[in-house]
Design a binder for this molecule. Structure first.
Ligand SMILES: [Zn+2]
Length: 310
């Protein structure tokens, strides 16, 4: 599932290439026909992400809210035939460096140079947004709806703070308040978008490991300074993820190791998807358990030992 960094990159892509234009909107698949008709021909004024949700603000106080869920993705195509998959794990923005664009050519089918623009929709495209030289196709989202400004503000108010929007001490305080108020396990709380926005399964497992936290410990039992450290760490991981497009959570690598890990996903994490492999810190086998229906990865030695000793 795309986590916060990906959705922020998508918002950025819309800011750079669609905001300020009047967009044609359609629903080739048909499921969003009425919504598309409401916004088609109108001016996109603003593009914002809060956690895993994208908000596109059109004129006349109409807001398109998109949640990609597990399978959703945006594909953006330019008149020149470059195709950019914005919602996949391999997130690439149009501003990506040349090397990334070349790699994109190997992994994604480029459009036939003779194909007319805009290209015919491929697969079940819920929403297509287009300018004269750019097309963005949305497939497989969990949510795609048109809201009024008031309705979208209500949705946003229910979401926990996002370090990229709620900067400084304001977001930190809000996170500490929301997390400190619940006795649910910290491993559940970090994924609760009403407590903090944007953390998914990868960042959850890695944050817990980076702070050597027992995932089952009640959030309200954690000292405030621990919650503050988690928030600050999340803020820096998110900023880094938005910059690089990948979830790079290891802080034990030299610059060559980091470069390699940026290319090779399995080198990026301390515990995520590493069950049965030796912990990078202590050598104990990493374990996997189900928590709130999602797979949780942790090192029993580094993270559970506190529970045993306390
Ligand atoms: Zn360990």
């Amino acid at each position: 599932m795309p986590e916060g960094h990906t959705v922020h990159r998508i918002a950025e892509l819309f800011r750079d290439h669609f905001v300020g234009h009047s967009l044609e909107a359609s629903s080739p698949q048909g499921r969003f026909r009425e919504g598309a008709a409401l916004i088609s021909g109108s001016h996109l004024e603003r593009s914002e992400a809060r956690g895993k949700q994208l908000f596109l603000y059109f004129e006349a106080e109409r807001v398109v809210r998109v949640h990609l869920g597990i399978y959703g993705a945006w594909d953006v195509t330019t008149l020149q035939g470059q195709s950019v998959r914005a919602g996949s794990a391999q997130t690439l923005s149009l501003g990506a460096p040349r090397a990334a664009r070349r790699r994109l050519g190997e992994t994604e089918s480029l459009l036939d140079a003779d194909e007319p623009f805009p290209p015919a929709p491929r697969g079940a495209v819920r929403l297509r947004l287009e300018t004269p030289d750019m097309v963005a196709d949305l497939r497989g989202p969990t949510a795609c709806e048109v809201l009024t400004l008031e309705e979208s503000a209500a949705v946003e108010a229910r979401l926990g703070p996002d370090p990229l929007l709620d900067k400084g001490v304001r977001g930190q305080r809000e996170f500490v308040r929301r997390a400190g108020n619940t006795a649910r396990p910290i491993g559940v709380v970090l994924m609760d978008q009403a407590v903090v926005s944007g953390i998914g399964n990868v960042y959850r497992a890695e944050l817990l490991f980076r702070h050597r936290l027992d995932p089952y410990q009640p959030a309200s039992s954690l000292p405030e300074e621990v919650l503050v450290e988690i928030w600050k760490d999340w803020a820096s991981l998110l900023a880094d993820g938005v910059k690089t497009g990948v979830m790079m959570t290891r802080n034990d690598l030299d610059s060559a190791g980091r470069k390699r890990a940026l290319r090779v996903a399995k080198d990026r994490y301390f515990v995520y998807k590493r069950e049965g492999l030796p912990c990078r810190v202590c050598g104990t086998h990493v374990q996997m358990a189900l928590m709130a229906t999602r797979k949780l990865y942790f090192c029993p030695q580094c993270q559970l030992s506190k529970k045993v000793s306390s």
